[in-house]
Design a protein around this ligand. Structure first.
Ligand code: NAD
Length: 351
């Protein structure tokens, strides 16, 4: 297969972790006889510095012409520490999600056999966890009407959802559940929020199309608790943008490190693959960040191309590196830590 992939490295550790995902993807492509053409493009603070805006039109063109987008991370302390900055890297992220129509963020949560005891949660609670959180990404309170009233002393953000936004996300959720353990949980706050009541109504109306899927409805506050008490109780979770943002970070604790968790954002035309972590500026340029979240995001990309063996080969070699202690300092427990680039080289070589 010939693939064209837009490469948006971004800021901070973005370029370093992306480099490793490229090495690993090229090694897998070579092994299975595929050809990847990488198309680098600017985003985030790097794009603001170069051309004055965080998601330039040229970058958008490169993304829409590609088969997929591999994304590092964006964000820089000079913007984080300046609340008055008019142009910010995060605006690029929201603009990119909106312009590419990336309506569903898929975050798998699973454990790595050799890392289970590194989790702050007890082994018997988390061993065998295998769930997916499907977060709505282009609607809800992050995109609703907002503003200030009363001379700046009152602020509001509006959670707005349209039925079609809920339907397209729920459809993905039902389809994923059908390929997995056939359980879907709709997480909302329907006892209080009207937008959540529309979520429930919409998902309930879709149940009859998927009679094999067991559907449950739970309130987000209860799920925040149950997710770490008994994560094995969940298969596929669908939820609104804000709730998903919070629950997915909580779920990352189950796996052990922010540096391990991949994600994909599904769009109608092109999909994007990115680690769940940010630009971790303290580590930028030091060659110490964990590249595995980005490498595993590339595995999700191969899966979505229908290249399951290629995806599994990446996951297998990642597990092998963890078993053999070829890890960056976040997982080294004070023992020998490898550099980011050494982990990437080892993975590519062992593929
Ligand atoms: N999607 C994105 O691009 C995205 C997501 C979140 C935050 N951000 C941005 O990133 C910047 C830093 O934000 P933050 O500090 O809240 O989040 P962060 O994810 O960058 O870092 C939080 C902590 O997680 C750990 N961590 C993260 N990535 C790691 C890796 N690859 N290897 C090992 N440990 C890792 C580190 O301990 C780090 O201190 C901000 O500018 C923020 O806006 C961007």
């Amino acid at each position: 297969m010939k693939l064209t992939i837009a490469l948006l490295a971004g800021d901070g550790i973005g370029p370093e972790v992306i480099d490793q995902a490229v090495k690993v993807s090229d090694a897998v492509a070579k092994k299975f006889n595929h050809e990847i053409e990488w198309k680098p493009a600017l985003t985030g603070a790097a794009a603001i510095d170069a051309v004055g805006e965080p998601y330039p039109d040229e970058t958008h063109q490169i993304c829409t012409n590609a088969d997929a987008v591999l994304f590092g991370a964006i964000g820089h302390p000079k913007f984080d520490n300046d609340p008055s900055a008019k142009v910010r890297p995060e605006q690029g992220l929201l603009k990119m999600r909106q312009k590419l129509g990336l309506f569903a963020n898929v975050r798998p949560t699973f454990t790595f056999p050799s890392l289970i005891d590194k989790s702050p949660l007890k082994r018997d609670r988390i061993e065998g966890t295998d769930l997916i959180i499907l977060r709505e990404l282009t609607g809800g309170v992050y995109f609703g009407e907002r503003g200030r009233l009363n001379h700046g002393n009152t602020a509001f953000d509006t959670m707005t959802y349209h039925r079609f936004e809920i339907e397209r996300l729920a459809k993905k959720g039902f389809e994923m559940a059908m390929k997995r353990n056939k359980k879907l949980c709709c997480v909302d706050k329907a006892n209080v929020l009207e937008a959540s009541r529309l979520w429930r109504e919409t998902v309930q109306a879709m149940e009859k199309e998927y009679p094999e899927v067991e559907v449950s409805y739970e309130f987000v506050d209860a799920v925040a608790m149950r997710l770490i008490q008994w994560p094995k109780g969940y298969d596929v979770i669908i939820t609104a943008n804000l709730f998903g943002d919070i629950l997915t970070d909580e779920a990352s604790v189950i796996s052990g490190s922010m540096g391990l968790m991949p994600s994909s954002s599904l769009g109608s035309e092109v999909s994007l693959y990115e680690p769940i972590h940010g630009s971790y500026p303290q580590a930028a340029g030091k060659d110490i960040a964990n590249p595995l979240a980005t490498v595993l995001s590339a595995a999700m990309m191969f899966d979505d191309f229908g290249l399951a063996k290629e995806a599994q080969a990446i996951r297998d070699v990642v597990n092998k590196s963890l078993d053999q202690g070829v890890v960056t300092e976040d997982l080294a427990d004070g023992g020998k830590a490898c550099k980011t680039s050494e982990v990437g080289d080892w993975l590519a070589k062992n593929l």
